[in-house]
Design a protein around this ligand. Structure first.
Ligand SMILES: Nc1nc2c(c(=O)[nH]1)N[C@H]1C(S)=C(S)[C@@H](COP(=O)(O)O)O[C@H]1N2
Ligand SMILES: [Mo]
Length: 533
């Protein structure tokens, strides 16, 4: 007996395409959802770790030069768009394939998703500037897609056997609840993907707009220029830390999950608290003041011995003491609690802001407006103090108060209220764990004791006596100083090299080790090298 209900006859023999489109749609929806969530995560958590863009960057790195030339020849400046469109198309094809695989041979669809996610993860983490946080968007993409794929596949309408053994055409799934539910689930998943992708675009537009505005704005000329760097301040040693850290390489530390974007035309700084006159200044007024250039080495209290949370820049800004003088602090106030637009606070002794050092409200860094992540449009820079008690980025308020009454952000979290930078030194070359040829080996690095100055550096090989290193000329007491020592008789075998600095007040860097908390690490930087024939 053949029973074909009226109207379903045509659908009774499903074509191959009909059987495939649903799982393919499931694969696409799952991929969209994962990708959208990942791009949104990237804009907030890890700008620069967008899975699509980093896979693109990886592709640029590994594609042969001839292919690159061909693409550039064909598409010119649209080459990047072509690349991204290609990646997205390949991804969509693979996503459809994953959907089909998952419906027929689970868990191979999921495995394909994990494989694609793995490529994105590899692309992100293989960048030189990668941090652990950068892995999050790729993991979100992988996990989100795999979960969506599994859930949607289990909700695919069960296709009734198309043809019964006896040649009876069974009624194919009618427009029943199964089919509707499937459409809703798949549609909602794809919708989430599209909405989050749109959200990521919108939020990226804000950052791009802020960056574009920043690029258009030109810094005023300095009224007081930084004195020319003496030729003798740089030693000619390959691998030594450069005197000035390029902005792109400058370490970044802050609590901001997403970089605050401040429109400079609406930026204002208020000086409040224990003052005779509250003062308010906007960006145009700040730029119109006589700005001063100064070179200062900024260091993080979390920099372990030998670490790289330290950098030097030529800053352009206005002395904070001048603005405080306008506000007239009341006697009894001993702290300036600076507040950032995102709520971070730092407690700085008034003393350090008024004793004549280059404590400034900075607008420029190495000849450019501050990069967004380094505090655009205005931050503080105070020579001699760790960043957590002085270097407030995106600063909008200076409140005069007392250490007895208020605390900066990190103090109740286990860090000292006062954070003067500790005398320290670092070996840049040879790098620890490397092998060097026997004979004459140049050992070199930097030493710092901001606002005191470094007066000597010594090096110790194994347990032999300390030897004086050559010091490069100082730029100022606020900047690090390069040093070098030539080890003339490096013999074959493993050797330890230690460095020790002495500051201008004759304090010798201690060998006693202290953890970074609560007020900065101490100890001597030591590297081990293997000297070979
Ligand atoms: N708004 C804000 N400013 C901040 C911080 C922060 O978390 N938020 N961190 C401080 C710390 S701990 C340091 S070491 C310096 C780092 O400045 P950089 O990121 O420009 O190197 O910024 C300081 N200013
Ligand atoms: Mo810091």
């Amino acid at each position: 007996m053949v029973y074909v209900t009226p109207g379903t006859a045509a659908a009774a023999t499903p074509s191959r395409a009909r059987v495939l489109w649903r799982p393919a749609a499931v694969g696409l929806a799952a991929a969209l959802a994962g990708l959208g969530l990942a791009e949104l995560t990237a804009t907030w958590l890890a700008p620069g770790a967008s899975p699509v863009l980093t896979v693109g960057a990886l592709a640029i790195d590994i594609v042969p030069a001839e292919v690159k030339d061909l693409v550039i020849g064909l598409f010119g400046t649209a080459d990047k768009i072509v690349l991204i469109v290609t990646i997205v198309l390949v991804l969509l094809v693979l996503a459809a394939l994953a959907g089909i695989l998952e419906s027929r041979r689970p868990p191979f669809g999921r495995l394909l998703v994990v494989l694609i996610g793995g490529i994105a993860l590899f692309a992100v983490l293989s960048r030189s500037s990668a941090s652990t946080l950068d892995a999050v968007p790729a993991v979100v993409a992988m996990g989100g897609s795999a979960i969506a794929l599994t859930l949607l596949t289990t909700r695919l309408p069960r296709p009734a056997p198309a043809v019964e053994p006896a040649g009876i055409v069974a009624p194919l799934e009618p427009n029943g609840p199964d089919r509707r539910r499937f459409l809703v689930y798949t549609g909602v998943t794809a919708g989430i993907g599209l909405l989050t992708l749109a959200g990521a675009q919108i939020s990226a537009v804000g950052t791009r707009a802020a960056d574009a505005a920043r690029a258009l704005f030109t810094l005023p000329a300095a009224s007081v220029r930084q004195a020319a760097i003496p030729a003798g301040a740089s030693l000619d040693v390959a691998g030594i830390t450069p005197l000035i850290t390029p902005n792109a390489d400058f370490y970044r530390i802050d609590t901001a999950l997403s970089v605050p974007r401040i429109d400079p035309t609406t930026w204002r700084l208020k000086i409040t608290g224990m003052v005779e006159n509250e003062v308010e200044i906007d960006f145009a007024e700040l730029l119109a003041l006589p700005l001063e250039e100064s070179m200062t080495t900024l260091a993080c209290v979390s920099n372990y011995v030998g670490g790289d949370l330290i950098g030097s820049a030529t800053w352009l800004g206005y002395p904070i003491r001048e603005l405080l003088a306008r506000a007239k602090p009341q006697s009894g106030a001993d702290m300036v609690l600076s507040r950032s637009q995102d709520g971070f606070t730092a407690g700085t002794p008034i003393e350090a802001l008024t004793d004549g050092r280059n404590a400034i409200l900075a607008v420029g860094m190495n000849g450019e407006p501050l990069p967004l992540e380094h505090g655009y449009p205005v931050r503080m820079v105070v020579p001699g103090l760790y960043g957590y008690v002085s270097a407030t980025k995106w600063v909008i308020e200076l409140k005069l108060t007392r250490f007895a009454d208020e605390q900066g952000y990190w103090t109740p979290r286990g860090w000292s209220a006062l954070g003067p930078v500790k005398l320290s030194s670092r070996i840049d070359v040879p790098r620890g764990g490397t092998s060097v040829p026997a004979g004459s080996v140049v050992i070199a690095g930097v030493a710092w004791s901001q606002h005191v100055g470094v007066s000597a550096v010594a090096v110790q090989i194994d347990n032999s006596p300390w030897q004086d290193a050559t010091l490069a000329d100082a730029i100022s007491v606020d900047t690090w100083r390069q040093w070098a020592y030539t080890w003339t008789d490096a013999g074959i075998g493993n050797h330890s090299i230690k460095v020790r600095a002495t500051d201008a007040a004759n304090l010798v860097q201690t060998s006693a080790t202290a953890d970074v908390a609560p007020d900065g690490a101490t100890g001597l930087h030591e590297v081990t090298v293997s000297v070979s024939a």
